[in-house]
Design a protein around this ligand. Structure first.
Ligand code: PEP
Ligand code: MN
Length: 262
């Protein structure tokens, strides 16, 4: 799948990075410069935010879209941002290179039908309580309606275990790679909700066959307006990119040493 000059689902895994929410020009520029120089190929950033509480930061809306477009062009990073309703489709499509359907909207069939008629690639997140079959059926709405540029994204599901924000379902990633021709990427940030685990889960995602990862990065996560616990600092991101290029640690020591390389 091609988004401008970026290929998702090809020989090389891709890293998409950027803040949970676009908060200011300075925040976005600092992030864009840093992720670009460390090897990210696309940028994410929320303009319209799906928040559990109506009192939480809802995103900068149009201002964020304008900033994303400008930063994306300045740093040569195609941008992906979430679209929450049918009414937003034309507006967001004017600014973004890829449209994200969030977990909460995976089965918003009216939205999917409308997006199936756009010429923009779609990043379709798995619903937090969606089965693999429901997720693929949601993708089918886009394909059937005429938009075949769909990338799937596993972002963690709700399980009995509340130790982390969600449970990252890496088996589903391997399964979907078997069942479908669509590229699959992983969002470890929303899956675990914990900064210290994002890098190793990214590595695990690539080891299991994901076509890339999308991670949240913020110059000062401690003052972020959303998801402060899971956003990587610029330094964390640089370290993660170095770690991703190293082979995994040896798993078994014996007569033959088993090292996993993806
Ligand atoms: C996001 O990527 O900003 C987001 C809200 O993710 P999700 O829909 O997976 O919760
Ligand atoms: Mn977030």
């Amino acid at each position: 799948m091609k988004i401008k000059n970026i290929v998702i689902g090809g020989a090389e895994a891709v890293v998409i990075a950027g803040p949970c929410s676009v908060e200011s020009r300075e925040q976005l520029w600092q992030t864009a410069a840093s992720i670009k120089s460390n090897g990210a190929v696309m940028m994410r950033g929320g303009a319209f935010k799906p928040r559990t509480s109506p009192y939480d930061f809802q995103g900068l809306g149009l201002e964020a879209l304008e900033l994303l477009r400008e930063a994306g062009d300045s740093f040569d990073l195609p941008v992906v941002t979430e679209i929450m309703s049918e009414e937003q489709v034309e507006l967001v499509a004017d600014y973004a290179d890829m449209l994200q359907v969030g977990a909460r909207n995976m089965q918003n069939f009216a939205l999917l039908r409308k997006l199936s008629k756009t010429d923009k690639p779609i990043l379709l997140k798995r619903g937090a309580s969606a089965t693999v079959k429901e997720w693929l059926s949601a993708a089918e709405y886009l394909l059937e309606g005429g938009n075949e540029a769909v990338v799937l994204c596993e972002r963690g599901i709700k399980t009995f275990d509340n130790s982390l924000r969600n449970t990252l379902d890496l088996a589903a990633v391997a399964l979907v790679k078997e069942l479908s021709h669509l590229p699959v990427i992983v969002d470890p940030s929303h899956a675990c909700g914990k900064r210290s685990l994002v890098s190793i889960l990214s590595k695990a995602a690539l080891a299991v066959g994901a076509d890339g990862v999308i991670v949240e990065v913020h110059p000062q996560p401690e003052i972020a307006l959303s998801d402060k616990e899971q956003q990587l600092t610029l330094e964390d991101f640089a370290r993660m990119m170095r770690d991703l290029c190293e082979p995994l640690p040896r798993l078994v020591k014996g007569e033959r040493e088993l090292a996993l390389c993806y």
